[in-house]
Design a protein around this ligand. Sequence first.
Ligand code: SOE
Length: 398
Amino acid sequence: MTAPSTDRPRLRVGMVGYAFMGVAHSHAWRTAPRFFDLPLEVDMAVVAGRHEAPLRAAAARLGWRETTTDWRTLVARDDVDLVDICTPGDTHEEIALAALAAGKHVLCEKPLANSVAQAEAMAAAAAAAPGQVAMVGFTYRRVPAIQLARTLVAEGRIGQVRHVRAQYLQDWIADPSVPLSWRLDKQKAGSGSLGDIGAHVVDLAQFITGEQVTGVSAILETFVHERPVADEFTGLSGSSSSSGATGPVTVDDAAIFLARMSGGGLATFEATRFAYGRKNAIRLEINGSAGSLAFDFEDMNVLHYFDASDPAATAGFRRIVVTEPEHAYVAAWWPAGHGLGYEHAFTHQAVDLVRGIAAGEHPAPTFADGLQVQRVLDAVERSAAADSTWTPIATQEA
Ligand code: SOE
């Protein structure tokens, strides 16, 4: 299952974790060299996980050459150039610091860490290793329609940003009988909907507008406090418990916050996994002084654009199908109109990372970008804990 051999230098990847994100990353590592011209040959060298039998089965299915049940041996190997961290948030800091200390490039799943202190340590370690790339997996940035939205804002096509309306809506735990998983455990995940999916829309709002969130007023809520303990958790929807045992949910089920943007605009954010019928709805609407943009991931190949200078009689939201070869990444794929899916953004992330490493550049989002989002998440939690008190966030140099 390894990519065809070439005389290009190799980038030997070691991945830690092989659940949902590990599967998505594996698909990306395998697919990127087959659709994009890459300056390095990707070698899916080794995958780490705790349990030997499922690890071996996953490695065989996903195309990894070797396995190890100890991530430390993976990080220490001379034949690994990049460590890809696809584990729960409580392990990110330790693995990333070890990988950077061992001279490896790092790709780390989002959110960067479970706390600002951890994210600061990670960003500092990355800054102290300027020859190594350290990137955080805010993957949705690499959806072509999101790239187009950012370009249109940068070109001034909607003018000055007045409003950002950002929602990330899912429903996979709306049913109280869905069992506990690490995503509902504060120790492991850091927070609930806020960090798991709210982090994505904070990143996207900032990425598209080129601005930063400068303050928030927030509410968090946990609707279901006790859930069945899963015998075995097999996926996002989980598997039911037969023992009848229950355990506490220790994270937020929903996060809603008001915010100010650094350009003077106002923003609202909503992140919930209790929105029945919404499976992966990332909805962004941005209203500017000269027009508007709207996006919904559930129709991810489309961007809606309203140009306020159009004659009133014919003005309206233009439905741009973002599948032309002129659009970011699309030329490598299918003819116009054939569309991309969730997995393609992971492939684009791998492509940009490999190209960045070869060019000696630091493709965004860097660990510094991940830290900045972490500061927003932290401000949301502090605000919510203080009856929604307005909580400012210092802007960071872009
Ligand atoms: C679960 O809510 C989840 O898998 C997130 O953790 C991912 O970041 C998102 O892409 C899909 O939903």
